[in-house]
Design a protein around this ligand. Structure first.
Ligand code: NI
Length: 204
C-alpha cells in the first residue's frame, strides 16, 4: 500500500496517449491498488494512471457515498462502446487542485473493460449520473485529454485556472462539441429552475 504523487496540470505526462496493458502482472496489480489508495487519500472520485506518472490504460473510480462502504471500480483497457445525450457537468480533477468548471458530457455511456483479474465486463451509466461523467473524465486522461478541454466557457475556465496558478486552457486541445452544446442549451432553456439550482450549488 502506497500513496503515489499526483501529477499536476502542466506536466507533459498528462498530454500523452496511454498504452494498452498487455498483461495484468503483479506490478500492474500493485499499481492499481496504489492508485485506489491514492484516490481515497485525496478524497477523489476517480484517478487515471497518467495522473500518477504511468501512461497506461487504467483508471479507477468510486462514486459511492463517502460515509458508506467503499465500492472501488477498476477499468483496464477501457473502450467506450456507446454514448448518447448531453449534460452540463461541474467538474474538477485531482491534477487541478481546487479548480472547477462547467464542461459538456454525454448523458449515457457504456464502457467495456477488464477488471483487476483481467476479466472482461461491461458497465452502463445513465442519466448523467456521477458514474457516467466520471467514466468520461477518466477515459479522457488515457487519451491525453482533460476536463477543461470540454469547457463550455473558456473565459470562465481560464479565470478559475489563473486563480489557482494553473496554466490556461490550451486552444489546440479544445474539443468541438457543437451538438452537445446545442442539446445542453436547449435543456437549460426548458429547465430554468434546475439551472438556477445548479448555479446556487456551485457558489457554495
Ligand atoms: Ni482528472
Amino acid at each position: 500500500m502506497s500513496i503515489l504523487k499526483i501529477v499536476e496540470y502542466g506536466s507533459p505526462i498528462l498530454r500523452q496517449k496511454s498504452k494498452e496493458v498487455t498483461k495484468i502482472s503483479k506490478k500492474i496489480k500493485t499499481l492499481i491498488t496504489d492508485m485506489l489508495d491514492t484516490m481515497y487519500h485525496a478524497n477523489g472520485v476517480g484517478l487515471a494512471a497518467p495522473q500518477v506518472g504511468e501512461n497506461l490504460r487504467i483508471f479507477v473510480i468510486d462514486v459511492s457515498d463517502p460515509d458508506g462502504p467503499i465500492n472501488p471500480m477498476v477499468f483496464v483497457n477501457p473502450k467506450i462502446i456507446k454514448k448518447s445525450g448531453a449534460i452540463n457537468s461541474y467538474e474538477g480533477c485531482l491534477s487541478f487542485p481546487k479548480a472547477y468548471t462547467n464542461v459538456r458530457r454525454y448523458k449515457n455511456v457504456m464502457v467495456k473493460a477488464l477488471d483487476i483479474n483481467g476479466r472482461p465486463f461491461i458497465k452502463e451509466a445513465r442519466d448523467g449520473e456521477l458514474l457516467a461523467r466520471a467514466i468520461q473524465h477518466e477515459f479522457d486522461h488515457l487519451e491525453g485529454h482533460m476536463f477543461i478541454d470540454h469547457c463550455r466557457n473558456r473565459f470562465e475556465a481560464n479565470e478559475v485556472l489563473a486563480k489557482y496558478n494553473l496554466p490556461a486552457v490550451q486552444e489546440e486541445w479544445l474539443v468541438d462539441e457543437k451538438e452537445l452544446e446545442e442539446e445542453i442549451v436547449l435543456w437549460e432553456k426548458e429547465h430554468p429552475k434546475e439551472v438556477e439550482e445548479q448555479r446556487k450549488a456551485q457558489e457554495q
